[in-house]
Design a protein around this ligand. Structure first.
Ligand SMILES: Nc1nc2c(ncn2[C@@H]2O[C@H](COP(=O)(O)OP(=O)(O)OP(=O)(O)O)[C@@H](O)[C@H]2O)c(=O)[nH]1
Ligand SMILES: [Mg+2]
Length: 289
């Protein structure tokens, strides 16, 4: 059992004498601590209370009820790459969440699957961001399209689409800035990029993924709301899952915004990315593994 939240939850169930009021209060506190959000925590707790009122519920059954309840908010959806057309994955997120690293991991993964990736350095806000992506491109062994720091990110994406089409590359992985002078600047820039992509890439080949750092907790839902309302998010990448994080915020994001999860980042190596597995995630979250 790798996460402390799961451990605490399991020990709450183990230590309970009866399912009384204080048990449910503790459960709600723990769920909130697990980044589920108060509304979700009370709803889940109430469901369990109802089940306990009707029947005698064992520890395992209670954990299963909890898992089933959370399960409805968590959906896995992986971008489908059509090898015969040009696909584009726009990687978004606030600064430091793991956008650039996730792009390198995805490029590595697609290459291993025989799909040709190309990186697009559309985070032109920080000079170092372009160099960082270039280093990844070298290491992974794929092409990168870049311009100078401060260049128009939309122009970088435009260039990438044009050149990738003529080179028969199959998936563009586009990095974006996590921060600009103001939040409004950032969102406006992203809307411009989105418009450029929508005009040139078939809608079913275009995916906007938001990177959520699993250690950020409650902030994750605010980030998702901000990006989703600005340009619409198709799926999430949950990063830094290796760092004793709970990742409970994706349940809140799923419930409030209905955004599914595609990948999970589990370390700093290129191979440390997996398709999000809902069963494993939930078992780990509630400490039932
Ligand atoms: N342990 C762990 N570290 C990660 C993971 N993903 C990213 N990191 C680390 O998180 C830090 C930030 O990653 P970046 O990929 O540079 O994040 P970013 O979102 O591109 O950051 P900005 O470009 O500054 O906005 C780096 O030190 C990465 O090695 C992960 O899944 N696990
Ligand atoms: Mg970056």
């Amino acid at each position: 059992m790798r996460n402390t939240f799961g451990k605490k939850l399991a020990s709450l169930f183990r230590s309970r004498k009866v399912y009384d009021e204080s048990f449910f209060e503790n459960l709600e506190d723990l769920l909130i601590e697990g980044d589920l959000g108060a509304v979700e925590a009370y709803a889940v707790s109430e469901k369990l209370q109802n089940a306990c009122r009707k029947n005698k519920v064992s520890e395992n059954e209670a954990l299963q009820i909890l898992k089933d309840e959370l399960s409805q908010y968590v959906v896995t959806k992986v971008p489908v790459i059509d090898p015969d057309r040009l696909n584009l994955i726009l990687v978004l997120g606030v600064n430091g969440v793991g956008k650039t690293t996730s792009i390198a991991k995805l490029a590595h993964m697609y290459k291993a699957e025989g799909i040709i990736p190309v990186l697009s350095a559309a985070d032109t806000f920080r000079a170092a961001a372009i160099d960082q992506l270039e280093l990844h491109a070298e290491r992974v062994g794929c092409r990168i399209v870049r311009q100078n720091p401060g260049a128009d990110p939309g122009a970088v994406i435009f260039d990438t689409i044009s050149s990738a089409s003529s080179k028969n590359e199959q998936v563009i992985l586009a990095d974006t800035a996590g921060r600009m002078h103001t939040k409004e600047n950032l969102l406006r820039e992203l809307q411009k990029i989105d418009k450029i992509v929508r005009n040139r890439i078939d809608s079913d080949c275009y995916t906007k993924v938001l990177v959520i750092d699993s250690t950020t907790g409650q902030n994750g839902i605010r980030q998702a709301e901000m990006f989703h309302s600005a340009i619409g998010i198709d799926s999430l990448i949950l990063t830094k899952y290796d760092s004793a994080a709970k990742g409970g915020s994706i349940i809140q994001i799923g419930k409030k915004l209905g955004i599914p999860v595609s990948f999970i980042g589990t370390g700093e190596k290129y191979s440390d990315i997996d398709i999000f597995n809902k069963e494993d995630f939930l078992s780990s979250l509630i400490g039932a593994e």
